[in-house]
Write a protein that binds this ligand. Sequence first.
Ligand code: AHG
Ligand code: MN
Ligand code: MN
Length: 281
Amino acid sequence: MVEAILDAVAATAPEIRRGLPGRRAYGDEENPSGERRLAADEYADELLEERLLALDAVGSYASEERESVVESEGRYHVACDPLDGSSNLKSNNAMGTIVGVYDEPLPAPGRSLVASAFVLFGPITTMVAASDGTVTEYLIEATDDGVERTVVTENLRLPENPTVYGFGGRVPDWPADFASYVEDIEQELKLRYGGAMIADVNQVLTYGGVFAYPALESAPNGKLRLQFEGNPIGHIVETAGGASSDGSRSLLDVEPTALHERVPVHVGTESLIDRLEAALA
Ligand code: AHG
Ligand code: MN
Ligand code: MN
């Protein structure tokens, strides 16, 4: 059942990627978070809704691009960020799709995730998926016989020693306690920040380190959405042996109150997340 959902996301990925070139313009609507929506956001959202709701396993579909949940019959509840980092389309930088498969109606706590995945449209298209307590990386290729999903890394784990960091928001907008944490980290690690969370998180999964889009003075709940970004990415990083935090607890323990609520997101090597929580305490 869950595999069928991951298969559908993988099968849709090449079609989303092929549809990007002609959809770099902004549409005239905003998404429920009040952000301008690209034609590519709408296209990816419509494709994913159609493909996922067609599955018997899917009981509802929600996305950051839609006000409310689309109900159907089926056990699992799927929350999507159809295109994460879509502002990178104009500058031709990496972006991708995030999917959370929850076993409870949305908005749901991260602990009810049975699978999480992101597709990364980088030089190659890959999918990183957490399910059954393990993280697997796949190569996604469109072939004459359809879309192939080939395992390239099994039991993906963060490396012991952290190497990279990436923090969103503007420096003057960082609260003082977060800024003091950054001062230590930037003495120790290399800056890797590209404007698409999943591409930056894939650096952390590959090289070890920490990614954060923290609480800002101007936005105490940060920028990223719990259901569509924080929970799935927190689930993947924790399953890969790392840690996640909203600043004081695992993202998966944040009790949801609204479908589009934002949450400060910090994910990466456990010792760095422990230091972050100590700095913000
Ligand atoms: P989305 O394109 O789905 O709205 O996500 C963009 C998010 C996230 O991917 C990234 O970490 C962050 O926005 C970048 O924000 P800034 O442009 O403020 O750096
Ligand atoms: Mn998005
Ligand atoms: Mn996003």
